[in-house]
Design a binder for this molecule. Structure first.
Ligand SMILES: [Zn+2]
Ligand SMILES: [Zn+2]
Length: 131
């Protein structure tokens, strides 16, 4: 019987952080605090190409889909607009109507899956599992 799966953790049972021993805000430099901060910055925008909620900002400053690696740019100055398809990205679901949507260009060059936030998070999680 798997007891761990059935117990679950509720908000009211929050325990102190295993690293900095704080119940709410983490001490500065706490690995868990950094992970929470980075995780909150990760985006999961719906990809107009494959429909997966997997678009985030990549290392080049473009929007890129983690699933199909299609890149989008909101800056019409960085690419030759004639060669790219115009589409819409809903970048912020919580924004007032009209404000969370960006008109972007779907780029022909695929991205390399280089997401700084994802990488850093992976490193930090590795650090914790090694301790
Ligand atoms: Zn902490
Ligand atoms: Zn995609």
């Amino acid at each position: 019987m798997n007891i761990g799966m059935s117990m679950g953790i509720t908000q009211s049972q929050r325990v102190n952080c295993p690293e900095c021993d704080q119940p709410e805000e983490h001490a500065s430099g706490c690995t868990y605090g950094q992970i929470e901060l980075l995780a909150s910055k990760q985006r999961h925008i719906q990809c107009p190409n494959c429909q997966k909620r997997a678009v985030d900002e990549n290392a080049d400053g473009f929007w890129e889909c983690r699933e199909c690696n299609t890149q989008y740019t909101s800056s019409h100055l960085t690419v030759d607009t004639a060669e790219h398809t115009e589409t819409m990205l809903v970048v912020d679901l919580d924004a007032p109507i009209g404000e969370g949507v960006q008109t972007v260009l779907q780029m022909q060059a695929k991205g390399e899956g280089n997401f700084p936030h994802d990488k850093k998070l992976e490193e930090l999680r590795k650090q914790i599992s090694q301790e």
